[in-house]
Design a protein. Structure first.
Length: 116
């Protein structure tokens, strides 16, 4: 059964950092491009980062480049999203997703709240 499980969210003060994890089961993360998304209350879901199948190429939402970094650990079948210098606008539910055989699969998401 194909599954994505995110973890690592929580409450962080402005300027702080968090590292999110997305652990996959049922498929190998090095066989597909993997993406991170977020959805803030009242806003559309947006793609924030992606890492390609070979693992050598990453893409980011332009405004986040330099603060967010995505990486992966093939042995753990896990993709990571490291977020630095967080601000209130980064408050959202973060989730990972993958396209496999023309279907999208999503994790349940992890809440990130940036507040003092």
């Amino acid at each position: 059964q194909l599954q994505l499980v995110e973890s690592g969210g929580g409450l962080v003060q402005p300027g702080g950092s968090l590292k999110l994890s997305c652990t996959a089961s049922g498929f190998r993360i090095d066989s597909y491009d993997m993406f991170w998304n977020r959805q803030a209350p009242g806003r559309k879901r947006e793609v924030v980062a992606g890492i390609n199948e070979p693992g050598v190429g990453t893409v980011y939402k332009e405004s986040l480049e330099g603060r967010f970094t995505t990486s992966r650990d093939i042995a753990k079948n896990t993709v990571f999203l490291e977020m630095n210098n967080l601000g209130p606008d980064d408050t959202a539910v973060y989730s990972c997703h993958v396209f496999i055989n023309a279907r999208e699969y999503w994790g349940q998401g992890t809440q990130v709240t940036v507040s003092s």
